[in-house]
Design a protein around this ligand. Structure first.
Ligand code: FMN
Length: 373
């Protein structure tokens, strides 16, 4: 019988499905629901010390629908949590009292000041959270305050901030990467060099959902104006798979043993299998929960178990990173194809009639040709 149970950075998870930071982990009520439904771990909505600076707008989401009406893309211009940090401290404590054996991860973000990062780490730690995710990746709103993706796009700053955090953290620390960079390996390497326990990838992709052809206003439209937001859901999965693969190759080559939490468009157990095959230890789901609800973890677990049974994998470790070996360069693809064609030609030549018993009615003309000079 395969098992989904896994231990990552010393954290014991009943399954690899983790609630990604966002609305599905935005207060104790919903975090409780997530644990009750069986999620492997919860990453709470990103918190900062001073929530008074966080002011959200409405609407803050815009959906891209397929012809069938199904949501395939989702843009948001939502900020980090607008709830007071003191309230979060109480809820983190209550959550750990209620679920001592379940994994609660605090997602944190601060300004570019050592004292702020150290304070937020120490205060969350005092509440009993099991690990940290550093949000270096929110693409909208916060970069205007030099936070989020503004840090994640700059490996030098990232290196410094992760070092501050590692100096204060007694728990595992995952650095969450932005996809809005040319080479995701660069900020990932900076975070890992400073001692981050693992990498989470990816956050949302900077986007504009569309332009209304009647009003000529871009969407989502707030008082007639918009600002680029973060794109998520199924549409981002191919980009996320590519970036997770690149981070996984980096970890394999330069930082063996560090962990990887894969994110981006996961909605099914098969999606999770793909991300694990490309090196993920865990998979996070955010928009999927907003589309299908917390109960959705059950069919995802069942489908992942069925995939494992089909391939006779007993544990996640049996197939983690297994598909990474099949990435190569384009030049190598060309070489492999030429070799295969040459081998086929050689095999065809080998089919030349060597004794009279090999003549066939259907291949007679070809066989005659093959024997001609
Ligand atoms: C409405 C919304 C709010 C989000 N808020 C946060 C956040 O506060 N912190 C964070 O690190 N990521 C945040 N994210 C990003 C998600 O955690 C995730 O990285 C991204 O959406 C891709 O995964 P998905 O396709 O499963 O949603 C948010 C995403 C959405 C859709």
């Amino acid at each position: 019988m395969p098992t989904l149970a896994t231990t990552v950075d010393g954290l014991k998870l009943p399954n690899p499905f983790v609630i990604g930071s966002g609305p599905p982990g935005t207060n104790l009520n919903v975090i409780t629901k997530a644990f009750q439904e069986g999620w492997g771990a919860v990453i709470a909505k990103t918190v900062s010390l001073d929530a008074s600076k966080v002011v959200n707008v409405t609407p803050r989401y815009a959906k891209l629908l397929a012809g069938s009406g199904e949501v395939i893309g989702w843009e948001n211009i939502e900020l980090i949590s607008d709830r007071p940090f003191k309230l979060w401290e109480d809820e983190f404590k209550k959550c750990k009292d209620q679920f001592p054996d379940r994994v609660l991860i605090a997602s944190i973000m601060e300004e570019y000041r050592k004292d702020a990062w150290v304070e937020i780490v120490e205060r969350c730690q005092a509440c009993g959270v099991d690990a940290f995710e550093l949000n270096f990746s929110c693409p909208h709103g916060l970069p205007e305050r030099k936070m989020g993706a503004a840090m994640g796009e700059n490996p030098e700053i990232l290196k410094e901030v992760v070092a501050w955090v590692m100096g204060a953290a007694k728990k595992p620390v995952w650095a969450k990467m932005t996809p809005n960079v040319t080479h995701i390996e660069d900020p990932s390497r900076a975070a890992l060099k400073s001692g981050a326990t693992g990498i989470s990838a990816i956050n949302t992709i900077r986007s504009v959902m569309g332009v209304n052809l009647d009003t000529l206003r871009p969407e989502p439209n707030v008082e007639g104006y918009t600002t680029p937001g973060g794109y998520s859901s199924r549409a981002v999965k191919p980009i996320a798979l590519r970036m997770v693969m690149e981070v996984a190759q980096l970890i394999r080559k330069e930082f063996p043993g560090r962990s990887l939490s894969a994110i981006g468009g996961v909605e099914t157990g098969n999606d999770a299998a793909e991300f694990i095959l490309l090196g993920g230890d865990t998979v996070q789901v955010c928009t999927g929960v907003m589309k299908f609800g917390y109960e959705h973890v059950k069919p995802m677990c069942e489908q992942l178990l069925a995939f494992m049974a089909k391939h006779k994998f007993d544990t996640l470790a049996d197939f983690k990173g297994k598909s990474l070996d099949y990435f190569t360069t384009h030049a190598d693809l060309v070489k492999r194809q030429a070799e295969r064609k040459a081998a086929q030609k050689a095999a065809a030549t080998a089919k030349v009639v060597k004794s009279d018993g090999e003549w066939s009615g259907s291949e007679f003309v070809k066989q005659s040709d093959a024997l001609a000079r």
